[in-house]
Ligand binder design. Structure first.
Ligand code: SF4
Ligand code: FES
Length: 250
């Protein structure tokens, strides 16, 4: 099929940037979206032009590295899918496709479609872990976990840290990401001892990074490739409120 791409090109963080238009012929419907960009980049390199910079790693929907906005939708219009799992059969001959990076103050653009998501690392460093003694794994039945809690914790742990929720939110809020990371521990006994420190630390780090707050638009939930539910944000708010009352210095 034939496609017209309008792609955001930006040399570096200081460059103003702008859209460049590319015409593609003979795009196979079997290609993934990233393979289609690979082919375009081969053409650009053959013509002596710079290839389009975009992030990717696993190309299997598990690492969270890929991610940009396609026709105004973070990760594209296919629900519950990362860009690396989006295939060209979901587009039509003659389509015009606009591609631009995730836009948020806390995610500065590095080049073209590549953004700096290290703000997420800073939030995780502020409490997105449990402290355990090293050694062999304890016997599984020593810590009983109700099945409902285990399932909800697994659902929350599916977050791959892609940042699509931030890009979709009109406030560029990271609440869905933070709530998933807090929930995966808050629901399990292993997460309880550090729960208060985790909730306070991660929310404060989120604010310090410049993310906005949640105003219940639910765009994050809609854009999330792992379909993380906003019920996790309600849990984050409860965890934060509990921790605030329990910590006199907060
Ligand atoms: S909550 Fe969803 S959209 Fe946000 S970082 Fe996690 S996987 Fe990506
Ligand atoms: S490249 Fe790993 S999730 Fe897309």
């Amino acid at each position: 099929m034939r496609l017209t791409l309008h792609v955001w090109r930006q040399k570096n963080a200081d460059d103003k940037g702008g859209f460049s238009t590319y015409e593609l012929e003979d795009v196979s419907t079997h290609m993934s979206f990233l393979e289609m960009l690979d082919v375009l980049n081969q053409d650009l390199i053959a013509k002596g032009e710079g290839p389009i910079a975009f992030d990717h790693d696993c190309r299997e929907g598990v690492c969270g590295t890929c991610g940009f906005v396609i026709n105004g939708v973070a990760h594209g219009h296919q629900k519950g899918s990362t860009i690396c799992q989006l295939h060209m059969r979901h587009f039509s001959d003659g389509d015009e496709i606009t591609i631009e990076p995730f836009r948020a103050r806390a995610f500065p653009i590095v080049k073209d479609l590549v953004i700096d998501r290290s703000a997420f690392d800073r939030i995780i460093q502020a409490g997105g872990f449990i402290s355990v003694n090293t050694g062999s794994a304890p016997e599984a039945n020593t810590l009983p976990v109700p099945p409902h809690n285990a399932e909800q914790a697994m659902d929350a742990a599916a977050c791959i840290g892609c940042g699509g929720c931030v890009a979709a939110c009109p406030n560029a809020s990271a609440m869905l990401f933070v709530s998933a990371k807090v929930s995966q521990f808050a629901l399990l006994p292993q997460g309880k001892p550090e729960a208060a420190r985790r909730a306070l630390g991660m929310v404060r780090a989120m604010d310090a990074c410049g993310f906005g707050n949640c105003s219940n638009h639910r765009e994050c939930e809609n854009a999330c490739p792992k379909e993380i539910a906003i019920v996790n944000i309600a849990r984050l708010n409860r965890e934060y409120a509990k921790a605030s009352f329990a910590s006199p210095e907060s």
